[in-house]
Design a protein around this ligand. Structure first.
Ligand code: ADP
Length: 156
C-alpha cells in the first residue's frame, strides 16, 4: 500500500497549542504529515516565514513523521506535488465548520482523490487562535501559555 501522506496547511502565525494538539492526534492516522506553511495568504503575516518555520521545526524536532514545507498556490496542487491524499484541518467553532465545509467540498470537486480530514481540538484548546495570540503580543501581553512549550515569542 502506498504511504498515507497528509498535508496540514495553514499560516501558523504563530504556531499554537491548538495546532500542536491537532497534529499530535492526527499522527497515528498517517505515515507522514507535511506541515505546509502557505505563502499566498491574503492575510498580512505578523511573524516572518523563517521564524514561523523555525518554531514549527523546534516543536516537532523529535517527530520523524513530520515534515515542514512552504508553498504557494492551491493546496490541492501542493498535495499532488507531494503525493498527499489527505488534507488535515482543525475545527474550533461553527464558523470554522461553515468555512471549511465550503473549501473541502470545492476541493473534493476539483480533486476527488484527496480527502479532507477534520479533527476537533480538546475543549480547553478550542478558544486558542493565532489572531488572538498576535493581539496579545501587539499589546505587550504574555501569550506564552497559548503556544507550545519552549516557544520564545520575543524571538521576532
Ligand atoms: P489558516 O489561515 O489556514 O486558517 P491557521 O494557522 O490559522 O491557518 O490554522 C491552520 C489550521 O489549524 C486550521 O485548520 C485551523 O482550524 C487549525 N487550528 C488553529 N487553531 C486551532 C485550535 N486552537 N484548535 C484546533 N485547530 C486549530
Amino acid at each position: 500500500m502506498s504511504k498515507r501522506i497528509a498535508i496540514f496547511p495553514g499560516s501558523f502565525d504563530p504556531i499554537t497549542k491548538g495546532h500542536e494538539n491537532i497534529l499530535h492526534r492526527a499522527l497515528p492516522l498517517f505515515d507522514e504529515i507535511i506541515i505546509a506553511i502557505g505563502k499566498n495568504s491574503s492575510k498580512q503575516n505578523y511573524f516572518s516565514l523563517e521564524q514561523r518555520e523555525k518554531w514549527i521545526k523546534q516543536v516537532f524536532a523529535n517527530e520523524p513523521k513530520v515534515r515542514i514545507e512552504t508553498y504557494t498556490g492551491l493546496t490541492i496542487d501542493f498535495c499532488k506535488k507531494m503525493n498527499a491524499h489527505y488534507i488535515l484541518r482543525g475545527l474550533r467553532t461553527s464558523a470554522d465548520f461553515e468555512f471549511e465545509k465550503a473549501i473541502a467540498q470545492n476541493n473534493k470537486q476539483m480533486a476527488p482523490e484527496i480527502e479532507t480530514v477534520f479533527i476537533l481540538p480538546i475543549p480547553e484548546l478550542s478558544a486558542i487562535n493565532s489572531t488572538i495570540v498576535r493581539d496579545i503580543i501587539r499589546n505587550n501581553g504574555d501569550a506564552s501559555q497559548f503556544v507550545p512549550v519552549g516557544i520564545d515569542l520575543k524571538a521576532k
